[in-house]
Design a protein around this ligand. Structure first.
Ligand code: MTE
Ligand code: MO
Length: 252
């Protein structure tokens, strides 16, 4: 399998920093450009690339990854250098915060709920796009309804078992029918590199909203900025209407 496609065993972003340490945007850009070239050469290539890109980066340096070699498939992203693997035996998803009935789902319990399959383009804010990609999973709205959202809640915060990433949506966004807790990608169980066994999938927004390795859903009083949003990206990340970009929307 091509490492720019599914990213299984993809070395990108691994062992770049210390265990669990956040990997900065420059490192992400570097590892993206490297692809399968391997980690050994990473620091050298990264420095060279930063110089080259820096000159023309302008206002949105991340947009430049659109010019980097791209097989047209997914890129592996993680802000930490290693993420524990979880599966049917030890995966849990909690729903808590401002709810009447806090809940805790196993993978089997999530799989037993009604599944929704969506086929949309995926768009990363750095420029790459993957056309017509099937994601299947449980509508987030179903989990919210099951928990009984209290009237003080206006937002939903998502946390991840990588220990670092977070995201959030307004309650209205979270209730959209095209927002899933995804368990499958392209009709296969979601692999570890793509955030399995369960990730958030927010079809109408840039892919950074789709938090991988999802472990917590917390109802809150207000929106709290997520990992990339603390670093300058828009909280309301509609594809084509945010982040100063004009990509074609991923939903009609
Ligand atoms: N936990 C976690 N989720 C994450 C990220 C991450 O670094 N950590 N990166 C985001 C970004 S910027 C993108 S483009 C997608 C990449 O998903 P993929 O690795 O399945 O291609 O995951 C998003 N969700
Ligand atoms: Mo991204």
């Amino acid at each position: 399998m091509d490492s720019t496609d599914e990213g299984s065993g993809g070395p990108f972003g691994r062992a770049v920093d210390g265990e669990g340490a956040p990997v900065g945007r420059r490192v992400l850009l570097g590892t993206l450009a490297l692809g399968a070239a391997g980690l050994a050469a990473a620091p050298y290539l990264q420095r060279g690339m930063e110089r080259g890109l820096g000159a023309v980066a302008g206002k949105d340096p991340t947009g430049l990854t659109g010019l980097l070699p791209n097989g047209g498939g997914f890129r592996y992203y993680s802000v930490v250098s290693s993420v524990p693997e979880k599966g049917p035996d030890d995966y849990r998803l909690t729903v808590d915060g401002l709810v009447e009935r806090p809940a805790d789902y196993s993978l089997a319990e999530l799989r037993a709920l009604p599944q929704t399959r969506l086929v949309r383009d995926v768009q990363c804010v750095t420029g790459w796009r993957v056309p017509g990609t099937p994601f299947t999973g449980v509508r987030l709205s179903r989990l919210l309804d099951a928990a009984g959202v209290r009237s003080e809640a206006t937002a939903v915060r998502f946390t991840c078992f990588d220990g670092a990433y977070s995201e959030s949506l307004t309650l209205e966004q979270a209730r959209r029918a095209d927002v899933l807790v995804a368990l499958e990608l392209r009709d296969e169980p979601l692999g570890h590199d793509h955030g399995g066994p369960a990730r958030l999938y927010v079809a109408p927004m840039y892919f950074y909203k789709s938090a991988k390795w999802l472990s917590g859903i917390t109802l809150t009083r207000g929106v709290r900025r997520g990992y990339w949003e603390e670093r300058g990206y828009d909280v309301d990340a509609w594809v084509g209407r945010s982040n100063g970009r004009d990509d074609a929307p991923t939903v009609a």
